[in-house]
Design a protein around this ligand. Sequence first.
Ligand SMILES: [Zn+2]
Length: 284
Amino acid sequence: MLLMKFFEEKNDFHLTIFLYGDPSSKTLNLNEIKDYLKQNLGDIDVEVRKDFITYLLNSNDIDEFSEELVQCKVRDLSTPKFDIESLPGEIRYEKKLIECPEKKLSGILYDGGRLDVAFQSLIPQEELDFHNVHIVFTNRLFGTFDEKDYRYHARVIICGYPSIISTTGIVEAPAKSKEFYYLKQKYLMLGMEIPHEVIKEKLQGNFIEYDDPRLTEIMKGYVMQSVFYHLIYEPFCEEKNCRLYNAHWQKEVINAQLRDPEFCKKHEKILQDIRTRQIKVKNQ
Ligand SMILES: [Zn+2]
């Protein structure tokens, strides 16, 4: 609401967007995303920074922050439970990940909300206001707890301050086609992973792989979801063809992010209003 009020009062608002990279993702090009944001949002500043933790964490605080990350780990997929003492080995592991952000990691699921709070604590006071949008790419996999089915579900994005986008989540969170799971099961019975040539021949293009050449194009839409969250508190759209569609299947991600049109009429109009600084408060 604060920013909406701000829009109402001042049409010449200024935004700076900070994009933090994920050095383990070889196909993620933040300079291309920077140009895309400028094209779509008009007169804004975009600064590309290296990975969020390396950029902002004071090296004296590395042990403490490593422990904070351990406290964000999901221990039980069916219960949010965080009063567990961190083991020295877990803290060492997090420290190693912080020191080598180019390392691919797997196997840990973090609670998205807690991770966001931990990340926010690193943003310096002078950059912590509504003029500054922080968008963090990470290879950490996070999820949110769903009260309806009492389970954690992996997510691609946590909209917050900062917004966090997972390059692992884009591969692991949206479900793949039934055919993929059928083939996976079939090869599992033979004690095998699906051979790469079978993936290529039968499933190519249907889902996003690690270091997918389409990653930058896909992530433009998730960055826009973060920006919409920041500006109007509505990151998602109901329209399946819009880049703001909250996709739960890989094929939906591909449809929303890689096929025309980019945005639905409503969001295209909002973008135009943002570019011309004509955005108005709808509800107080
Ligand atoms: Zn839309």
